[in-house]
Each structure stands twice: as C-alpha cells, then as structure tokens.
Design a protein around this ligand. Structure first.
Ligand SMILES: *Cc1c(COP(=O)(O)O)cnc(C)c1O
Length: 322
C-alpha cells in the first residue's frame, strides 16, 4: 500500500471465516468477512476510513472535527468516538429533530459529542450547518476539520483499498478464490475502495453492492468516480477494469427503515451463524444475497462483508426519520 498518513485503529486483520450452516441452507458456499469486529466501539466499516481522515486532521493541526448525518448514523457516532481518542473535539450535525436517546444517539451522549439538529428532515440540510459551525469555530480561534455528510471522501476510501489487500491475503491463506463479494452500499465509499483494490490486484471476484438508499445509477457513477479519485490519491496503477455491480430492489420502505425481507434475513443469519446483522444495511444486503442464491444466480464461494451497525439493532428503525 503506497504511503498515505494513517493512524492505527482497526484490530486487523478482522476475521474471515466460513459459514457452514448458512451455506447449507442456501446451497452456496458462504464466507463472512467480519468488519463488525474492527475493534473500536461496537465495530463497523467506518473505522477503516477514519484511520486516514483522522491522520489528515492531526497532520493539519486540527483540534475539532465537524461532520454529520442522520441521528442514528453509525458514521457520526464512530467519527466522534475515534476523534476523542486523539484529543479532537467532535461536533455532529443531524438532520431531523432530537428523538429519544437510543442506539447511536445514546452512544453519542456517552462520547460527549457536541450535537446539533437541523430540524429539517432533508438530508442536505446538514451541509450548510457543518459550514456554519466550522466558521464559528474558526472565528473563535479553533482549527476545525470538516468531513462531508456520511464521510465519503477519496481519502476515506483508502480504508477499503487497504481492507481489499487484507482480504486478498486472507483468501490466499485459506485457499479460496471467491467468485463474488457482497456488501451493503450507502454512501458508496466501501464499494469504491474494494473496487480500487480489485482493479489494482486484478481480481476476478465480482464486487456486488446492494443499495440501501440511492438509486442504482447514482451509486454506479459515485463508485466509479470515488474509485478513480482514490487510485489517483494513492498513486496506484489500475491494472484491470472491474465492472461496477449494484443491485437494487431491497430498500424496502425507505432508507433507515427496516424491511420485512431484511428482518427475515437477519433472523436466518442469527439462527444459523450466531451473527446479528444491522437492520439498515447488512439485513437488506443479505436479503438480496439470499434471493440471488435461491434463484441460482450465485456460485460460490461468496464472501459477505459484515459492515457493523450493531447500535441500530437497539434503535427504532420503524420511524420515518432515523
Ligand atoms: C455506512 C455503512 C454501510 C455502507 O457503507 P458506505 O461506504 O457508506 O457505502 C454499510 N453498513 C453499515 C453498518 C454502515 O454503517
């Protein structure tokens, strides 16, 4: 991996293990890559990007971090939690209004992050508020580090390029050549990073993202753009061009709201493998994989990336705004 400033947060490598009972159920060989076990907080994929973003904040001498997302955002909570580890003061902006302190909201309270609610359900209402808080902090003589809503930046994408190399070594060690790697896609940073690694290493593994929020076309464009930007930032050669594969049809009632298919998938994985998938991302991605496997559209071995999100298992994901 070419040098790019990074702090160490992830207890790497996260486990890669087989899922024999689920495999039997689906008649496809399934493996789990456990990024719910990244080792900070209750784990999750966002920690990998934060290794690069926080290193940049420290290099710039920043004393505060300003970012935002929905109130139940895994990203916002983990950004605040990890910023605190480096003495950086976290400021979080959420769209919507304050609700009862459950799930990530409860954890944000424990981290003692500064909190702002835009009072408007529109996600983009966060962006102007991030700018306003940064200006205020700057005027007060502070050095804020702003990260756009959800944390999807080319620097953050580097986290999953690194994860791709880690996974490649693990697959070689256990002797599997996965045909597909499945994951949930939201802001697209995770899929973009894995795609960059795939193009660099010349993988034949198809990386399949299941969109949980944006339309498929928007995801495809974002993944291509973010992947190219990350390759540029890291100055890594792109040795092959992998096709971006995004599956839609599994958002259910909406982003941040649990779906019946997702709940059934979560229950199956809990009963067979003892793993709790989160309702907003992992559950929906697994529902898509189950359908594809039962429809005979997947030949193994397939790896499913468990991306974390455990706090939202304890939040209301039935509400319209999360
Ligand atoms: C953010 C998140 C994702 C999606 O990752 P992106 O990089 O935003 O596409 C998947 N699962 C969980 C639990 C997340 O918090």
């Amino acid at each position: 991996m070419p040098p790019l400033a990074r702090v160490s947060l992830v207890r790497e490598p996260t486990p890669l293990h087989s899922a024999p009972r689920l495999s039997e159920e689906l008649c496809v060989e399934v493996w789990f890559k456990r990024d719910d076990m990244t080792g900070v907080g209750l784990g999750g994929n966002k920690i990998r990007g934060l290794e690069y973003l926080l290193a940049d904040a420290l290099a710039q001498g920043c004393d505060s971090l300003v970012t935002g997302a929905g109130p139940q955002s895994n990203w916002a909570m983990l950004a605040a939690l990890t910023a605190r580890q480096f003495g950086i003061e976290p400021y979080l902006v959420h769209y919507g209004t304050a609700t009862s302190a459950t799930g990530n909201l409860l954890l944000c309270d424990l981290v003692d992050a500064h909190r702002y609610f835009t009072g408007c359900p529109d996600r983009t209402s966060v962006d102007g508020e991030i700018e306003r808080i940064c200006s205020q902090l700057t005027a007060a003589g502070r050095r804020p580090y702003a990260i756009p809503r959800g944390g999807a930046t080319s620097r953050g994408v580097a986290g999953y390029v690194r994860a791709g190399l880690e996974l490649d070594r693990q697959c070689q060690a256990v002797g599997i050549a996965p045909t597909q790697l499945w994951l949930a896609t939201g802001s697209c940073a995770t899929q973009a990073g894995l795609l960059t690694a795939a193009c660099w290493l010349g993988w034949t593994t198809q990386i399949t993202g299941v969109t949980v929020s944006r339309p498929r076309k928007e995801c495809t464009a974002r993944i291509e753009e973010m992947s190219a930007a990350a390759a540029d930032l890291l100055r890594i050669p792109v040795n092959s061009v992998a096709r971006v594969c995004v599956v839609d049809g599994y958002i259910g009632p909406g982003y941040g709201i649990a779906s019946p298919a997702g709940q059934a998938a979560t229950s199956l994985v809990a009963r067979t493998e003892g793993i709790f998938l989160d309702p907003i991302f992992g559950a929906k991605a697994m529902a898509a994989l189950i359908d594809a496997a039962r429809g005979g559209r997947v030949t193994g071995p397939v790896i499913f990336l468990v991306t974390g999100g455990a706090p939202t298992l304890f939040a209301s994901t039935k509400a319209v705004t999360v």
